[in-house]
Design a binder for this molecule. Structure first.
Ligand code: ADP
Length: 556
């Protein structure tokens, strides 16, 4: 802008000076010529009157200087000429000024000669005898005259241009300074040109509006990140080209990646082929889902396209930790298949025997034995179904609260008496020690816990062994300890015996009526009551199961 103003001022000043010179030159040139013409006429009249009075003598005796004087007869013949021999000159009757003088008494003409490249001013005056006196002089135009003063003139012009230049620099700087000093963030109308005030007012209003919008944007971004950061799920919002617009820490954590840089590609978070395909599907406008399994972790990726009028404008990706869900799903599948298997075995036996009975191919003396087998297989199925029902109730947390005060010592005594006949069959010693500890909880669950532990202690005991139940009270907890002198459990199996259908010796467990669900019921029951169970065992010597239940009222 400074340059433009500077150039304009310089050009205007130089043009103004040049125009002034041209104008003055033109005006002066005109008046110079008028003046010269007038002077020539005056001289012509004087010379004409001199000739009128003294004839040719006057012409011969007078020095006319630069002035050319010609005397032309009424016929046009040159009688006298100061510059040339009259006899060598042609007729002048057709000269413009002469012709005019002949007809009207005087005449004048300005003539340019190509041969001598000069302009001459001519004046002719008719004498009383009909002859004509013509005076002429070379006309040096004012412009020609200017040539002599060209150098000083050019110097004046240069000085004027220089002055114009300096003025242009100063003026342009001064004009631009208030504009340059405008603070565009806080335009101050008072300190600037009045002409700029509508612009500055608008700018100020726009600044305020933009400021408000930026503040709103910042606040909503903050709110957005506050909400998304508190999510345990991962959330990524990306543009249609896969450039990340927003990504919460959950997303990078679940994908095991570093937090991405602003605008980074979504594939920097995970470059695996399934992830890439899932994201590309979403970018193509198709909702896509995927389970990404890495190092024992399962992540569900849900990528949804966000579509506008122009097509897919971006994608939203949810990442959910489904490790537990997947594990539960696997457990459920295993459980279903185990249950089917466990039910199928007794049913096959029952079907086989009943088929033989129906076909009358069983001998009379075998009927009782086969009947016994049907009963024991049916018994096994009933136990299994009972265990499944107990377990699923605990699983679904659908055990009714029905909490009551239970004397654990008394409950253990009842359990042991129920097992007496089984114990007697193996000549086992059952003993109960400890104190009458009162526990507030669901009696059925407590019964199942003690029953399963004691039943195992009897089942997996050796003939003539012992089972000891101890009820004790430790700070804030009730403790139930069931010890036996049975087969014991190998250390490698100790961690797994609480799993559903896990048995150390499958065929032995089946033979003695085990369902493989007893300890699972114990574990779930204990956890339902807010406690913990642990097992210690020395193979060949026996096992100790310890249950500890909190006696403080539970929050749930
Ligand atoms: P089961 O119905 O087969 O007894 P459990 O879940 O009660 O199923 O027990 C799982 C497995 O743990 C049993 O099959 C058995 O191998 C082992 N076990 C449980 N209690 C004892 C114990 N007191 N002594 C030895 N082994 C035991």
């Amino acid at each position: 802008m400074t340059r433009k103003i500077f150039l304009s001022i310089t050009l205007i000043s130089v043009a103004a000076v040049a125009m002034t010179i041209a104008l003055i030159t033109g005006l002066l040139s005109r008046s110079y010529r008028t003046h010269a013409k007038g002077q020539l006429r005056d001289e012509g009249i004087i010379i004409a009157s001199g000739v009128e009075m003294n004839g040719g003598k006057f012409l011969d005796s007078t020095d006319f200087g630069d002035l050319r004087v010609t005397w032309i007869s009424s016929g046009g013949r040159v009688i006298f000429d100061t510059d040339k021999d009259p006899t060598a000159m042609d007729s002048h009757s057709q000269r413009e000024e002469v012709k005019e003088a002949f007809s009207s008494g005087e005449g004048s003409a300005v003539r340019y000669s190509d041969t001598i490249r000069t302009t001459s001013l001519n004046y002719a005056k008719k004498l009383s005898d009909g002859s004509v006196i013509r005076v002429s002089t070379d006309h040096f135009s004012f412009i020609n005259g200017l040539a002599s003063v060209l150098q000083p003139l050019m110097m004046i012009l240069a000085a004027a241009a220089l002055l114009g230049l300096l003025a242009a620099i100063t003026v342009s700087k001064r004009i631009v300074k208030p504009i340059n000093s405008i603070d565009l963030d806080r335009p101050d109308i008072s300190g600037s040109y009045r002409e700029l005030s509508p612009l500055l007012t608008k700018l100020s209003a726009q600044n305020k509006r933009a400021g408000r919008q930026v503040e709103e944007l910042r606040r909503s971004r903050e709110q957005f990140s506050l909400i998304t950061e508190s999510m345990s799920e991962g959330l990524i919002i990306a543009g249609s080209k896969g450039n990340i617009l927003a990504c919460n820490s959950g997303a990078s954590r679940l994908l095991g990646a570093e937090p991405p840089a602003d605008g980074a590609s979504i594939f920097t978070l995970n470059s695996s082929e399934p992830f890439r395909r899932c994201i590309q599907d979403a970018m193509g406008g198709k909702r896509s889902e995927l389970i990404l399994s890495t190092e024992g972790c399962d992540r569900q990726i849900i990528a949804s396209p966000s579509s506008g009028v122009t097509g897919v404008t971006g994608i939203v990706v949810f990442i959910i930790d489904v490790t537990e869900r997947q594990q539960l799903e696997t457990l459920r599948r295993e459980f279903t298949s185990n249950v089917s298997h466990e039910l199928k075995t007794p049913l096959t036996t029952i079907y086989g025997i009943s088929d033989m009975l129906a076909n009358g191919i069983v001998r009379q003396e075998d009927i009782e034995r086969f009947g016994g087998e049907i009963r024991s297989e049916a018994q096994r199925m009933i136990s299994l179904i009972n265990d499944i029902v107990s377990l699923s109730k605990l699983d679904e947390d659908s055990v009714p609260r029905q909490d009551e005060e239970v004397d654990l010592y008394d409950l253990a005594q009842q359990v042991l008496s129920r097992l007496r006949s089984n114990a007697d069959g193996k000549q086992l010693t059952l003993s109960l020690t400890g104190e009458h500890v009162k526990f507030f909880g669901n009696k059925t669950v407590l019964d199942e816990i003690i029953m399963n532990l004691c039943d195992n202690a009897v089942k997996y005991n050796v003939s003539g062994g012992a089972v000891e139940v101890k009820i004790s009270h430790i700070p804030t907890k009730a403790r139930i300890t069931v010890s036996d002198t049975g087969t014991g459990i190998p250390p490698g199996d100790l961690d797994r015996i609480f799993e559903r259908f896990y048995r150390v010796d499958k065929s032995r467990s089946r033979k003695i009526g085990g369902t493989g669900l007893g300890l699972s019921i114990v574990k779930h029951g204990v956890s339902y009551l807010g406690g913990a169970v642990r097992a210690e065992s020395v193979p060949g010597k026996g096992s100790v199961f310890t249950v500890e239940l909190p006696t403080l009222p539970r929050k749930k």
